[in-house]
Design a protein around this ligand. Sequence first.
Ligand SMILES: [Zn+2]
Length: 297
Amino acid sequence: MPHPAERADTHELVRGRTTHGDFELTVCTDGHYFLDGGAMFGVVPKPMWSKRAPADEENRILLGLNTVIVRTGKHTIAIETGIGNKLPPKLASIFGAKMLLPQSLAAAGVKPEEVDIVINTHLHFDHSGWNTRLDDAGKVVPTFPNARYFAHRGEVEHGHHQYERDAISYISANYDPLIKSGQMTLLDIQYGEQELAPGISVEPFPGHTHQLMAVHIDSAGKRASYISDLMPTSAHLDITWVMGYDLDPMRCIEERKRLYSRAIPEKWLLLFTHDHHHPMGYVEIGDKGKPTLRPPS
Ligand SMILES: [Zn+2]
């Protein structure tokens, strides 16, 4: 039985492409996957969220794993790396992991060797899975051999601590080998923006995790922002529709307000991490005062 949210284009390997000033943005995918709808919408009642995100008979909603490739002319940047191919088989089958990122990059004409910067907004396994891969001999190797990887030091420390609440979300093979080899740079930024390359910067928007970072992409006076799990899909635009997974939902709401105070008047193009069918768009306030999504034209 196909999931009720499946459509004719659900299996397309390139989810979106647009020019952004002098840059090109391409949304690749590790494939769609499924998570419990209740967990994705926290305290929001099902009759409300299921209108925006239909659930199957197991209460699962269809989500995406969006990797955004930014070509600036000087750099090729990968933001986020999906679930990957190192998940234990049982977990991979629960999530319906498709492990498609290599095929998706190939379909978009992106060679792993040409990616020179990889940015992880946080280190949950569904955001950093293809940082490394298992090679044919079963050895963990970097997927992007020529890239400098960036992640937040606090995320690594949180992952190593293995808290009861979220230990399952952190798989050290996604970052420890890269830290050991010197290929990953750990960031200490607490607030404000830090530039990683011309036009590419990160900014903390905590709540989902304590150090979650958005990635800002600036070119020719325009800003796009990969806001990650601050607002995982376009069904989460209401500021109070935060996730059961969020470590600090109150902080998420405050950070969403802070985001909107700039993103709406300045017309930022928002890039969604888990929205398979609407990977990007502009947030506008509709007639009833509710935030709505306007897709890029
Ligand atoms: Zn996520």
